[in-house]
Design a binder for this molecule. Structure first.
Ligand code: 0RA
Length: 636
């Protein structure tokens, strides 16, 4: 590549590079998943991942992420700096190669735990191709090198721009508006949540986040305890039953295994697992290894100490109340499953078994108080499980004799084809009445719930099985509960939660999602759960009537009336205030309604919000309400 060319033309002659960049710009979804808000944020993770790798290799200790005023992002680290020498194959600077050639980054890294699965790890060149402008500055060997790119193409060769006493890499990119059509605006909270998670997962790394669009918005994360600190944070506000957090960190067969857990007094288990900093939502071999070893080691300890009569604890008994984080680093992870978030490598199972087995046995021996609490919790779970089984068997017998198993409150639809059938779960009898009259009875069923459903967070299994509202849902849906759950019996393709647009409605919705997440997860995984969106306001003047769903829409819509000052606005306090026709027109008619489909992430969030709101401790509740007050639609 000649350097005497005019700089405007620089970089336009390497056909391979251009073809690569064009491929990325033509099908950005293939490289970053989507070009929506999620894709926009994905760009940041691609760049940050490189700095994290540099930190994991032991060379960087500090990472700075800045949202600049123009919504461009700067990522700085104090690592070795991207190499700037001439690359043998491309005959240009290694820096330019890494920034412009697809998948070039990894070739230089060597060893380490480069992320090779999922959508991460496509490299800086992809971010570059999707940015209207990107600049890189490298501090290395006492010198500063810099280069600028437009849509991935270098504007000029790498230039020496000064001297320095530091080392490190600074990258700034501004996402291209031609690619990210939906939004170009970065969301501070999204960046903050993930950067905090990365700081927990990678002990000791100091991560700073600054929002230069506003004054005084910044955060700093550094956790010297790593995932142990994460467990403590997640258990805040709960009553823990083991004092000492279990931790182990070791390597087996070139796989680094990092595990921390602590038990609380709840009736469920919460296991978060990661591979190379990627959350494995669907679990996989590392989680299996954890579960097997936990059950086996606790049972063996309990037997040795004469705490078990004859029956061993089942896995679910041993896990009741556990909050665990499993984080492994694997050189070649294989991701499987529907959302490619399930680890497939069998050597990961073995590595976890080896590392955890040794350390857990020792923990139980050295912490007899903790060991006793864990075994006793498991024994209680085992007894509750057996009681629940008996209760289920009793109700099953009853339904056989009564011949019909559908709940009395259900207004079923005429069709029996699950493909077209939907069921509305409605808060309260009066809204239930409106919904029943307003619906299309051919394919829409209505199940009214009496006020608040049982708080499954605070109830043991046998209580849950015996709860009337929960039993009504289980039999109306057709799928049953717990170990009797059978997805193939689902009677409705859509299950639609319809609650008031107020705080109580939001609470009931959260309760329902938590219940569905804990006890009927496949319904969420398969996309059967929806939230109905009743309007917040009715605007009318003369013959013109419009329904709107947010304050913002109200402002805009009022302006479309010929006589804006005179528009009547009615705020709906609840579904009960709407007559059947209005309910149909605004919320239930498939032609006009808008439903929100619930995915697993939404449900997990509901579950967490729920724990924050309903846990034993009042502090997190207060903080949550203060923090979210501005987002809530509060009735005045
Ligand atoms: C390749 C090789 C070396 C470092 C890096 C890449 C590197 C990349 C990034 C991206 C962001 N920050 C980074 N820091 C380092 C090591 C070269 C050597 O041996 O010095």
């Amino acid at each position: 590549m000649s350097t005497d060319k005019k700089h405007e033309n620089y970089g336009a002659e390497n056909i391979e590079v251009l073809e690569g960049l064009e491929a990325v710009r033509k099908r950005p979804g293939m490289y970053i998943g989507a070009t929506n808000k999620k894709g926009l944020h994905h760009l940041v993770w691609e760049i940050v991942d490189n700095s994290i790798d540099e930190a994991l290799a032991g060379y960087a200790s500090k990472i700075d992420v800045i949202i600049n005023k123009d919504n461009s992002i700067t990522v700085k680290d104090d690592g070795r700096g991207i190499p700037t020498g001439i690359h043998k194959k491309t005959k240009v600077s290694a820096l330019e190669t890494i920034m412009t050639v697809l998948h070039a980054g990894g070739k230089f890294g060597g060893g380490g735990y480069k992320v090779s699965g999922g959508l991460h790890g496509v490299g800086a060149s992809v971010v570059n191709a999707l940015s209207e402008k990107m600049t890189v500055e490298v501090h290395r060997d006492g010198e500063v090198f810099a280069q600028e790119y437009h849509k991935g193409i270098p504007v000029a060769p790498v230039a020496l721009t000064g001297t320095t006493t530091k080392t490190g890499t600074n990258i700034t990119f501004k996402p291209d508006k031609e690619i990210f059509l939906e939004t170009l605006e970065y969301d501070y909270e999204i960046l903050k949540t993930r950067l905090k998670e990365l700081a927990y997962l990678n002990k000791g790394i100091n991560i700073f986040l600054t929002d230069d669009r506003f004054d005084n918005i910044s955060d700093e994360f550094k956790f010297s305890g790593g995932i142990k600190d994460y467990v403590i944070e997640l258990n805040k506000g709960k009553t823990t039953i083991t004092n000492e957090v279990f931790v182990c960190e070791d390597e087996s067969n070139n796989i680094v295994v990092d595990i921390a857990f602590q038990y609380n007094d709840s009736y469920h288990s919460n296991i978060l697992s990661y591979v190379n900093n990627i959350k494995t939502m669907e679990g996989g071999t590392h989680e299996e290894g954890f579960k097997t070893t936990l059950t086996r080691t606790i049972n063996s300890y309990a037997k040795k100490n004469n705490m078990l009569k004859e029956e061993s604890l089942l896995g679910e008994d041993a896990r009741e109340g556990i909050l665990a984080i499993i984080s492994i680093k694997h050189p070649e992870p294989q991701f499987e499953g529907q959302t490619k978030t399930k680890l497939g490598n069998s050597d990961a199972r073995q590595a976890v078994i080896v590392v955890l087995g040794k350390m857990l046995e020792r923990y139980l021996l050295e912490n007899p108080k903790e060991a006793r609490a864990i075994v006793e919790k498991g024994l209680l779970a085992s007894r509750a499980r057996q009681a629940a089984k008996k209760a289920r068997e009793a109700t099953r017998k009853k339904t056989v004799f009564e011949s019909t198993s559908l709940p009395g409150k259900l207004s079923d639809c005429a069709s029996k084809d699950p493909e077209v059938c939907e069921i509305y779960i409605v808060e309260g009898e009066s809204a239930g009445g409106s919904a029943k009259q307003g619906r299309d009875r051919h394919h829409q069923a209505i199940l009214p719930l009496r006020g608040k459903i049982l708080n499954v967070e605070r109830a043991s299994q046998d209580k849950i099985v015996a709860n009337a509202e929960i039993a009504a849902m289980a039999s109306a849906f057709g799928v049953g509960l717990g170990s009797d759950f059978n997805y193939s019996k689902l009677r409705y393709n859509k299950i639609i939660i319809m609650t008031d647009a107020d705080v109580d409605g939001a609470h009931i919705r959260t309760l329902l999602l938590t219940f569905l997440y804990r006890f009927m997860k496949p319904l969420i995984e398969n996309g059967n759960i929806y939230i109905a969106q009743p309007p917040l306001f009715k605007l009318s003047f003369g013959k013109k009537i419009e329904y709107v769903y947010t304050e913002e829409q109200k402002k805009d819509m009022i302006l479309t009336f010929p006589n804006p000052e005179k528009v009547n606005t009615q705020r709906y306090k609840g579904l009960g205030e709407m007559n059947p026709e209005q309910l149909w027109e605004t919320t239930m008619d498939p032609e006009v309604r808008s439903l929100i489909k619930i995915n697993l992430e939404d449900a997990i969030l509901a579950d967490q919000i729920f724990e924050t709101l309903m846990g034993d401790d009042t502090m997190p509740r207060k903080q949550f309400i203060q923090k979210n007050a501005m987002y809530a639609n509060v009735d005045i």
